[in-house]
Design a protein around this ligand. Structure first.
Ligand code: G6P
Length: 372
């Protein structure tokens, strides 16, 4: 009913709007007043966490994209090697696991059969399993050694939005906590990022307040067949997620690429007026990557692409090459997906509406897939 949707036309719109609260709720009680993380609820002891020599993340769909982003954070802040694998592929390749592997299963519903089978396989090999889950008491957390709940609240729309942002928050918390417990040379950075994370919901809110031009742009693209997405570093999984949303909702051909791979194939897809969304990393931080992405934008634009550039406020170098410019607030490099994903959700939702599609119940899809 309209009341359940809180005045929004679709659950998806309501859930997109709820993201600042979902993010804040997922942080609540997990950062102590001194600015350290307290994850006692994760019942894997600090001494056990110090023994971990490998992290493996398993998930499906949007949760898999959260896992891809987590890998950058975990490896950077903890120096523990981290693999991310589609849950449906995981156990069939005979993965190398033992008692020192930490397997993280990410699932909004906690009922996805592929993810459940992957974690069962991991436990059979003696690995510890930590679930990141949004649904209290669901099967995946019940069968895991420990759980870190995301507090997105119920997500009704099939295409995941607020659950994804909270999965990212949970992944950052795990990465920062592992870094804190194990003590790495990134101690100061970890402290600073915890502080930025504690304020990030305000930035998500600011993004939401500036989405009207994104909606307008989406409407003008309703008749297109293809939209491409480019990103690099944590912007690459953001590109994949942007493309997935468009497939799910707009039923368009949409593909995400690592921008560095452009020259190895995808650039052949660039033709006149094909929309390409580019997620630009911060010009601070890993600025080498920033400059490389700016060259990519120039290259595709020279070949006729219509460039839709998502870039940090104050990044002026992209301006001459952006046919459409979407601004996001400055964040630490690794946290950028929390703000960069939001315009892509709005974009996909609006395109779906413009194409007359059912936003909350896309054809052929289920909210939770409980078969293998
Ligand atoms: C289904 C949904 C996706 C979701 C995926 C994983 O395919 O349509 O939106 O990302 O399952 O779901 P989970 O509940 O495990 O996060």
């Amino acid at each position: 009913s309209a009341a359940e949707k809180g005045g929004y036309d679709y659950f998806m719109l309501k859930e997109i709007a709820e993201q600042p609260k979902a993010v804040a709720d997922t942080l609540l009680g997990r950062i102590d007043p001194s600015g350290s993380l307290t994850l006692d609820e994760v019942r894997i002891s600090p001494s056990e966490l110090r023994e971990i020599d490998k992290v493996v993340i398993v998930a499906c769909g949007t949760a898999f994209h959260a896992g891809l982003i987590a890998k950058y954070a975990i490896e950077h802040w903890t120096r523990i090697p981290c693999e991310v694998e589609l849950a449906s592929e995981f156990r069939y390749r005979d993965p190398i696991l033992d008692g020192r592997s930490l397997v993280i299963a990410i699932s909004q519903s906690g009922e996805t059969m592929d993810t459940l089978m992957a974690l069962r396989h991991a436990r059979e090999q003696g690995s510890k399993v930590l679930a990141i889950c949004n649904t209290n008491g669901s099967t995946i957390p019940r069968e895991s050694d420990a759980v870190l709940y995301t507090h997105a609240g119920p997500e009704v729309a099939v295409a995941s939005t607020k659950a994804f942002l909270t999965q990212l928050v949970a992944c950052y918390l795990v990465a920062l906590y592992l870094g804190q417990v194990r003590g790495t040379k990134w101690g100061d950075e970890i402290q600073a990022v915890i502080k930025d994370l504690s304020r990030i919901s305000v930035e998500v809110e600011r993004v939401l307040e500036t989405m009207e031009p994104v909606r307008e742009l989406a409407r003008t693209l309703a008749a297109k067949d293809t939209v491409l997405f480019l990103g690099r570093h944590v912007g690459y999984p953001v590109a994949l997620e942007g493309a997935l949303k468009l497939k799910e909702l707009a039923y368009m051909h949409a593909e995400g690429f690592a921008a560095g791979e452009l020259k190895h194939g995808p650039i052949a897809l660039i033709e006149d007026d094909v929309p390409v969304v580019v997620v630009v990393p911060s010009p601070r931080g890993r600025s080498v990557l920033h400059d490389k992405i700016v060259s990519n934008i120039q290259e595709i634009r020279a070949r006729g692409a219509r460039t839709i550039v998502i870039a940090e406020e104050g990044d002026e170098t992209v301006v001459p090459y952006a046919d459409h410019l979407i601004r996001i607030p400055a964040t630490p490099t690794l946290l950028q997906p929390l703000v960069a994903t939001v315009p892509l959700q709005v974009f996909a939702c609006e395109l779906a509406t413009a194409r007359g599609n059912e936003v909350d119940q896309p054809r052929n899809l289920a909210k939770s897939v409980t078969v293998e």
